[in-house]
Write a protein that binds this ligand. Sequence first.
Ligand code: SAM
Length: 220
Amino acid sequence: MTDTSTRATPPRAPRPNPVRGRLNSAFFALMGGYIDRKLAAHKRRILDGAGGVVAEIGAGNGPNLRYLPPGTTVHAIEPNPHFHRRLERAAAARGVHLTVHPVPGEAIDLPDASVDTVLCTWVLCTVGDLDGVLREVHRILRPGGRFAFIEHVAAPPGAVRRVQRLVRRPWRWAFEGCRTDRDTAAAIRAAGFASVDITEFPFRSTFVPVRTQIAGFAVR
Ligand SMILES: C[S@@+](CC[C@H](N)C(=O)[O-])C[C@H]1O[C@@H](n2cnc3c(N)ncnc32)[C@H](O)[C@@H]1O
């Protein structure tokens, strides 16, 4: 297996918690296959035709690389170093050309208008400055480029919303800042894209706090 990865020189990202940062990587290594199977149809839809130069924010262990054609150039914006080894292995297995950027999505070290697609799944719930990340997405996309995303979001008022509110503190602590009740769709719609297409769908599992999901794309 050839190593297709390189490491870009940082601006440094804040360090993740030494224990929870590692546990999160292990959790997604364990549960990644299950989560990916449940999201596969949505991933295929939002990434239809993606290729060329892709930036993936919060790439994690690399569960989305299989949806990109071999030979795609992928810039992984992944501040948690505990994900990097599995991510590099996934890239080598999928034949994508990976560069890992250990920087946060709020300060991406890529030039303006330099990528064809920006991708993220289950990341905007966690970032510290959602509007700041969306500004960076808009900045690095070329005109006509696509921002493709799948995110769990605040549920409408009702039982799921009550569960989200109940667990939000321990959930945020355990999952390194993840918010169960963020209105991510509204933030994307307000981020200045030429068009936005968002579909809401249920993620049926025992993980009730992430039941309400959105999948879609925005065009710069
Ligand atoms: C719930 S995991 C999802 C990982 C992967 N996208 C997936 O679908 O399995 C959240 C990811 O977002 C990353 N992350 C957290 N804060 C971030 C930030 N400010 N900028 C970029 N990535 C961030 C974490 O390191 C982690 O990889």
